[in-house]
Design a protein around this ligand. Sequence first.
Ligand code: SER
Length: 317
Amino acid sequence: MKNVLVIGSTGQIGSELTMKLRAHCSGNVVAGYIEGAAPTGVLLESGPAELCNVLDGQAIENIVRKYDIDTIYNLAALLSAVAERKPLLAWEIQINGLLNILEVAREHHAAVFTPSSIGSFGPDTPHVNTPQDTVQRPRSMYGCSKVATELLSDYYFHKYGVDTRSVRFPGLISNVTLPGGGTTDYAVEIFYAAVKGETFICPIAAGTFMDMMYMPDALRAAVEIMEADPSKLIHRNSFNIAAMSFDPEIIYHKIQEYYPDFRMTYDVDPVRQGIADSWPDNMDDTCARNEWGWHPEIGLDEMCEDMISSLKAKFHI
Ligand code: SER
């Protein structure tokens, strides 16, 4: 990886991945953004930025030519709950956008990373130790688009040799940019409430386990998979990766170790609960470990400690 284009550079993952890649790569790391979501601050000042809507294939091609891009991180997506409200737009961005990127990558010999998710699984999938290769019959539009993303990415690899690789991200927990409209967002929002001294109203029911991961592990995975030795990859799109699994009660009680007066109540959102119930409790990431050496470094305790101290610093508390 030398010259990289990050599409969706101001989103939850992009805002941190762009900075990590700028520290890691010797060439240009271009922050691609859509109108109304231009980079600011250090993201703007530390490297080039270009307007880059995934629905505009010509714009993507112009950037790839201009900067001699060899790797594209495609982070443009509507998350699961918002995709249920806007299913056609989700398909447009997630699939037609991806096709634009894959076509440019085919022409210009660029590698492509498009994340998949725990959302690519469905109610018929084994929920405990979900295998790498198993039933994927999601019923959400987010899930449908993620399965199609995996298939299209593999298709371009097998048919055209485009170097597509990716991971199935768990719910990502971070303290820089908020996620927007996902089913796992509660696991981020609960920290903001605790640090600000607010009661948290949880939209996900007690006992609902989902895979979660702290952002530094997710960023490392995104870089390591693209730098993995291709001769060792049996799979490509996409690898299960896991770090921790918890339900709302576990994270609530963990936060109470820092804030004993912190309170959480429930107001379960049927849409997000339905989605969460269809997702794995925890994924088996053996293939990622064996094929490219994946291993998580941050568990629940370290994540909680770092989230709380980072948010306290962010809000000057
Ligand atoms: N975090 C995403 C969501 O909740 C899943 O990948 O939609």
